[in-house]
Design a protein around this ligand. Structure first.
Ligand code: ZN
Ligand code: ZN
Length: 340
């Protein structure tokens, strides 16, 4: 049996649509998932456009949901047709960070990753370790379920910030990661969440999700009330500087956005950072050990909001052209998903 897939053959834009690609092998304790919805992540774009992946040919895609096509041999947890989302990281379970440190899976020294080191979800079928499946409550949750990985990232960001109920927050960057972070902050009982951006389209999306918004291409950061927590999801040095300005004394700045150049802190901001006794926290990936049910619950409860992040739903045959346009930034998008 063969399947349709988008296949990356190497760096520098070398990828193609394949109508008859080989069906995945199914190792012990792995299931085959029939992909339903597969989101294109911002991190996939440089892999397609320039860097390539770890080895080739490779099927990218780490944000997806689907139905169990073939459960792991002898599985007591899943049967054919069950709706699931996937969580892509596969820690080795043997290195010192896995065994002794007890840190999250992204600190593993030798991990595998569905959609970069292993084949992922830009295909009709994908092999997934049973441990990496997230059970969804119903097939109605499949569309929102394609946000399982970004939502796990958002949850980790809020956990790492130490966010407390009743507090106020600002999120810089109303792209997909900023928006899912905002949704998770609401889940933690925020008094107020303000989403800020300089792109009109992102601000409109944030508004449609019910967030208070501010357009920093039009107003100055000091026109906004001070907040307890700031989240940098824009990958911008300017946003870091604005965060230092808008935080209350002893506020927390949590960074999840990735800049593409050096981040330089001005002397004035550095002094303000010290005088206000701010805290700075970094985040990478996610760690949802022990809270898979909580994660699946948020996805189901917030499915209508998550679906509003989808700016474009496309078919796999059109995907090559759309990715070309995404790489060239020919159109504005929030989340582009492939619908199978
Ligand atoms: Zn991603
Ligand atoms: Zn490890």
């Amino acid at each position: 049996m063969n399947m349709k897939a988008i296949v990356l053959h190497g760096g520098g834009g070398n990828y193609s649509y394949e109508a008859n690609w080989k069906y995945p092998e199914q190792p012990d304790d792995w299931a085959i998932v029939k992909v339903a919805y597969s989101g294109i992540c911002g991190s996939d774009i440089p892999r397609f456009a320039s860097t390539g992946s770890y080895n080739h040919p490779k099927i990218l895609g780490h944000e997806f949901s689907g139905l169990i096509e073939s459960p792991a041999d002898g599985s007591k947890l899943y049967k054919k047709g069950d709706p699931v989302a996937i969580l892509p990281i596969i820690p080795c379970g043997e290195c010192e960070n896995c065994v002794i440190g007890g840190q999250g899976p992204f600190h593993c020294k030798n991990y595998q990753f569905i959609g970069s080191r292993n084949d992922g979800g830009f295909a009709e079928y994908c092999a997934i370790p049973e441990k990496n499946l997230l059970r969804l409550p119903s097939v109605e949750a499949l569309r929102a379920g394609s946000f399982a990985e970004p939502m796990a990232v958002g949850l980790n960001v809020v956990r790492k910030s130490g966010f407390k109920p009743g507090k106020t927050a600002i999120v810089f960057g109303a792209g997909p990661i900023g928006l899912v972070t905002g949704i998770c902050i609401k889940e933690f009982g925020a008094h107020k969440v303000i989403m800020v951006d300089i792109r009109q389209k992102n601000i409109e999306t944030a508004k449609s999700l019910g967030f208070e918004t501010a357009d920093l291409s039009k107003i100055n950061i000091n026109e906004i009330d001070k907040v307890d927590y700031a989240f940098e999801a824009a990958g911008s040095g300017k946003a870091l500087s604005d965060a230092v300005s808008i935080l209350k004394p002893e506020g927390v700045l949590t960074v999840v956005g990735r800049d593409t150049k050096d981040t330089v802190i001005s002397l004035k901001d550095f002094e303000t950072f010290m005088r206000k006794e701010l805290q700075l926290r970094g985040c990478w990936g996610y760690d949802v050990r022990g809270e898979l049910d909580f994660l699946a619950g948020i996805i189901a409860r917030r499915s209508k909001e998550l679906e509003k992040l989808i700016s474009h739903a496309i078919k796999i045959k059109e995907t090559k052209n759309i990715i070309d346009d995404m790489c060239a930034r020919k159109f504005e998008y929030c989340k582009v998903i492939i619908e199978f």
